[in-house]
Design a protein around this ligand. Structure first.
Ligand SMILES: Cc1cc2nc3c(=O)[nH]c(=O)nc-3n(C[C@H](O)[C@H](O)[C@H](O)COP(=O)(O)O)c2cc1C
Length: 490
C-alpha cells in the first residue's frame, strides 16, 4: 500500500487538504497526516513515499491524485529537503514540522538531558544561547528563568503564551499543529529549570485545529508518563489581542476580564495566582529542546549582534511566496521580501511592509537594506516582534493604514489606561479630519503629539507601540496624507 503524507495544518485545510486526503484513501493509499512545511503557495502539498524517499507534489486537488500516483503529475516538486526554499533555511525550531506525524510522541531526549544537567547548568546553557523571547519583547529567556528560579515561593508556574494575535503571524499555530511535542518538551524543561509543578498553555478559540492537536498530544504525553509529576493544562481564550500581553493573559487565566496589570511586580516575582511565573512564547519554548541537545554555543553561533540563533519569519499579505522561513538573524529585509517572498503576489511593485505585527512600523523600500535583527530594526523605530512580515503593493493607502492602527488600538484596548483607551479614539477622529482635508498640517501635528502621549503614558505596549505604525506611515509616506478630493491614496 502506498504511503502518502497529507498536511492537516489549518493553512492546508483552508485550501482543500481534507478532500485531497480522502481522495488518496479512496485510491487505496495509507494516508499519514502531518503539519505543514510552510510553503503555503504550494498547499495542499502532499508527499508520496517511494523507494528513493518522499516525493512531493503541490498544490494538489482531488483530481490530481491519479496522476500523482501514476508518477506523471506536472505538480511534481521532487525531494522537499532539496527544494531551494527549504534547503536554504536553517530549521531548528521547525525541524520536524511538516515531516513527522504530530501525534506520535518522540523520545524526550532533551528533557532527559536537562534533568542530567540540573537547573543551574540548564539555565546557563539557555543564557549562553542568547535566545530572546520570540513573543515580541525579545527579553533573554535564560535571564527570565533565573529570576523565577531565584524568586521566593514554594509554588511556581510556567505559562506558555500561545495567544498569537499579531497580524500576519502563524508560527505558533503551525508548531502546535505540526510538532506539538516540541512545545510540550520545551515547557517541561522550563518547568524543571524554574522549579514549577504546573504549566498552562493559553491559546485562542480561533485556533480550533491547533487546540485539538495540542490537547491530544498532552493526553499522549500524560498517558505515556513523559511528563513525570509535571502537568500541563490548555486554556482557550476568546481571542482578544490584549490577552497576549502577559499580565492581561494572567488575569484571563485566573478567570477575570483580560486587563493589563501595572508592573512591577513582574510576573517572574508575582504572576499567576500571585506566584512566581515564567511566561514564554511558544517559539521560545519550542526552541529550548534543540539548545539543550546541541548546546547554547551552537545556537549562539548563528545570527548577528545580540540577535542570536534563528527566527521563524512569517511572510504574509500580498506576497508571491507566503509561508514560514526559519533563518538566522541577519538577512536583509530586501532578501526576505524580494528573493524569498518573491515580491507582491499581484506582480505590482512592493510599496511597504509592516514588520512585527499591528504595533510594528511600516518600512518603505528605501529601508529594505535593513538587516533583520532586533537592534537594526529598533534603530529605525521598527520591531521584529513575533516575526511577522506583511507585504503591501503600490495600491496601499498608507493614511488608511495609519487610521487602521489607531482604530485597532481603540477596539482592542483593555481600557485600563487613558492614553490607550481615549487617545486611540481621538487619533482616529483626527486622522479622519486629515483625510477629509480639514487642517491637514494642524491635524498631523496633533496626531504626532497624541502619539507621544500614547508612547510614554500607556500602561502596556498596546498603547505604547501603536505610534510606530502611525508615525512610520506619516514619516515614510507623507504624500498619502495630503488631501485628495477623491479620498484615495497614491
Ligand atoms: C498587546 C500585546 C500583545 C501581545 N501578544 C502576545 C502574543 O500573542 N504572544 C506572545 O507570546 N507574546 C505576546 N506579547 C508579549 C508578552 O507580553 C510577553 O512579552 C511574552 O509572552 C513573553 O514571552 P517571551 O519572552 O518568550 O517572548 C504581547 C504584548 C502586548 C503588549
Amino acid at each position: 500500500m502506498t504511503r502518502v503524507y497529507v498536511p492537516r495544518d489549518s493553512a492546508a485545510l483552508a485550501v482543500g487538504a481534507e478532500a485531497v486526503a480522502h481522495a488518496f484513501v479512496a485510491a487505496g493509499c495509507e494516508v499519514v497526516r502531518t503539519g505543514s512545511r510552510g510553503l503555503f503557495w504550494l498547499e495542499p502539498l502532499v508527499e508520496v513515499e517511494t523507494p528513493e524517499g518522499r516525493r512531493a507534489f503541490g498544490p494538489a486537488t482531488p483530481g490530481d491524485v491519479a496522476a500523482i500516483l501514476a508518477g506523471g503529475s506536472p505538480l511534481a516538486l521532487g525531494d522537499m529537503a532539496a527544494h531551494p526554499w527549504l534547503a536554504a533555511q536553517n530549521r531548528l525550531t521547525f525541524a520536524r514540522c511538516g515531516v513527522v506525524d504530530p501525534l506520535v510522541a518522540p523520545a524526550f531526549d532533551a528533557l532527559a538531558r536537562a534533568r542530567e544537567m540540573g537547573p543551574d547548568a540548564l539555565i546557563a546553557a539557555v543564557t549562553a544561547s542568547g535566545l530572546r523571547g520570540r513573543g515580541g519583547a525579545g527579553f533573554p529567556v535564560g535571564v527570565k528563568w533565573r529570576t523565577v528560579r531565584e524568586a521566593a515561593g514554594e509554588h511556581k508556574y510556567v505559562v506558555c503564551n500561545a495567544d498569537e494575535g499579531d497580524s500576519g503571524t502563524f508560527a505558533d499555530r503551525m508548531l502546535m499543529e505540526g510538532d506539538p511535542f516540541a512545545l510540550i518538551e520545551g515547557l517541561a524543561i522550563a518547568a524543571f529549570a524554574v522549579g514549577a509543578g504546573k504549566g498552562f498553555v493559553y491559546s485562542r478559540s480561533e485556533y480550533p485545529h491547533a487546540n485539538a492537536t495540542f490537547a491530544a498530544a498532552i493526553e499522549t504525553a500524560r498517558t505515556k508518563g513523559l511528563l513525570g509529576s509535571f502537568d500541563i493544562e490548555l486554556r482557550v481564550g476568546a481571542g482578544a489581542y490584549v490577552c497576549g500581553e502577559e499580565t492581561a493573559l494572567l488575569e484571563s487565566l485566573e478567570g477575570r476580564r483580560g486587563q493589563v496589570r501595572a508592573k512591577p511586580p513582574l510576573p517572574a516575582h508575582r504572576g499567576l495566582f500571585g506566584r512566581p511565573t515564567a511566561v514564554n512564547n511558544v517559539l521560545s519554548l519550542a526552541t529550548v529542546p534543540w539548545i539543550v541537545l546541541n548546546g547554547g554555543e551552537a545556537y549562539a553561533a548563528l545570527g548577528t549582534g545580540r540577535s542570536r540563533g534563528t527566527m521563524p519569519i512569517q511572510l504574509a499579505g500580498n506576497v508571491a511566496r507566503p509561508g514560514l522561513y526559519e533563518a538566522p538573524f541577519g538577512l536583509t529585509l530586501r532578501e526576505i521580501v524580494e528573493d524569498i517572498g518573491g515580491g507582491a503576489a499581484t506582480g505590482r511593485p512592493v510599496r511597504a511592509v509592516q514588520c512585527g505585527g499591528p504595533l510594528g512600523a511600516y518600512f518603505p523600500p528605501a529601508l529594505f537594506d535593513t538587516p533583520y535583527d532586533y537592534e537594526a530594526f529598533a534603530a529605525r523605530d521598527g520591531l521584529i516582534g513575533h516575526g511577522g512580515i506583511v507585504v503591501f503593493d503600490d495600491t496601499v493607502d498608507m493614511a488608511a493604514q495609519a487610521r487602521f492602527a489607531l482604530e485597532f488600538c481603540a477596539i482592542e484596548s483593555c481600557g485600563k489606561c487613558t492614553p490607550c483607551r481615549i487617545g486611540s479614539t481621538r487619533g482616529v477622529e483626527t486622522l479622519d479630519r486629515v483625510r477629509a482635508g480639514v487642517d491637514v498640517a494642524g491635524g498631523l501635528a496633533l496626531v504626532e503629539d497624541l502619539c507621544e502621549t500614547l508612547k510614554f503614558g500607556s500602561l502596556c505596549a498596546l498603547g505604547g507601540f501603536t505610534p510606530y505604525p502611525v508615525m512610520s506611515a506619516i514619516r515614510h509616506f507623507p504624500e498619502d496624507f495630503a488631501f485628495r478630493p477623491d479620498g484615495g491614496g497614491t
